[in-house]
Design a protein around this ligand. Sequence first.
Ligand SMILES: C[S@@+](CC[C@H](N)C(=O)[O-])C[C@H]1O[C@@H](n2cnc3c(N)ncnc32)[C@H](O)[C@@H]1O
Length: 454
Amino acid sequence: MPNFLNQIHEIKIDSQEHFKGNGVGRIEDFVVFVNGAVEGDVVNAKITESKKTYGNAQITKIVKPSPHRIVPECEVYRKCGGCSFLQIDYDFQLETKEKFLKEALQKIGKFDLKNLSIEKIVCAEEPLFYRNKIIQPVGLEDGKLISGFYKQNSHKIVDFDKCYIQPEISNKIVNLVKSWASKSKTPIYNEEKKSGVLRSIFLRINREQTEVVVCLVTKGKKLPFWKTLLQELTDNFPQVVGLVQNFNSTDGNNVLSENFNTLWGRDYIFENLGKTKFKVSIGSFFQVNSAQTVLLYNLVKEFCNLSGTEKLLDVYCGLGSIGIYLADKAEEVVGVEVSSQAIKDADFNADLNELENCDFYCGKVEEVLPQLLEQEKHFEVVIVDPPRKGLSTETIEVISDFNPEKIIYVSCNPTTLARDLRLFTEKGFSIKKITPVDLFPQTHHCEAVCLLEK
Ligand SMILES: C[S@@+](CC[C@H](N)C(=O)[O-])C[C@H]1O[C@@H](n2cnc3c(N)ncnc32)[C@H](O)[C@@H]1O
């Protein structure tokens, strides 16, 4: 068994891998995942972890850059674990994501690509400054307050003043909060000692950049001096509509707890997607790229091709966004979601859009779907938009038992999508088309929408 630990090797990068977006090369048969490397690079890389058949490595020198390598403006891109693809030109990012999807369908789903209709990826008009949700942990380094994202595979914060995938105004607000925390000597949370107060800075902003909610994640309930922060925020940013606190007294990796407390204003923003309006509470799930979400939902709409008579089941509905976006073309929309806050938003959002044909159920999909089936509910169209882990076999079974004419699978993970599509085809559904959508530019994450029919 080779042990290359701490050795430096010259490695040619043959591809990108889809779990973390690292470059992949080889030292003979030993596979090396090189952080920040781009397909086509030749790099000197130091092996930082050496397992039986593979290792992880860091670039020490770029011997020959890939033709797809660019030099981003971001000063911390080599260190920060936030954007795995920032150093890759945008066209090649898109090409790579299409490849991830195809590889997963082939290798995991065991599909013959010749028999599938895979459309070109829907690219982003604005591949930078798009994120509507920001959570930056804070810490201390040599006595100075720092905030940024974690380095890949670690809890070491990489400090920055400007993140290139966040709107400029969000960066400015985070910087104001950092400077307030320093000036006011607000105790900063120490992960090792489990002491201190301020853990993370969390913002939500709408696409028009007219509304921002600022949330401070704290260890305990005490947050001294928040009124001086509020004064500074409202003096400088009329877009701030609320200041919220989230108490997270746990020691684990969860960034947020369920406990939100509104200190001032409101704990939600309003967002428009096309003609549809949404109330988005600070704690509810909402897609992080609003501009691309409109394109994503338009694809779902096109795939559903509703005539107005269909009953539609929106599984993993969040704050009701997909179902509500389509509701004026359906007879009835039923949504299922585990988060009670998101369901409250969904009910509110149906009213906000003057819809009377939407019904939302709060509970686990695994529990609510069998109940709906038992009540002999019928749906012509089922939309599923699960978290990264995809669907359980039982959920695939229940959805198939509804016997819908169409299933629209919205996925943020090609691997679990491919696995689940194979199971749906075994239940008699066939894949009509799949379209990837670039919802997360500058990262390796790939969204896709698939239409299945009986
Ligand atoms: C990828 S999001 C999709 C949300 C929504 N469709 C959208 O476009 O904004 C997945 C949602 O599933 C919810 N969820 C996760 N596990 C669940 C479960 N077992 N049962 C019901 N909902 C669940 C999450 O709270 C989240 O809102």
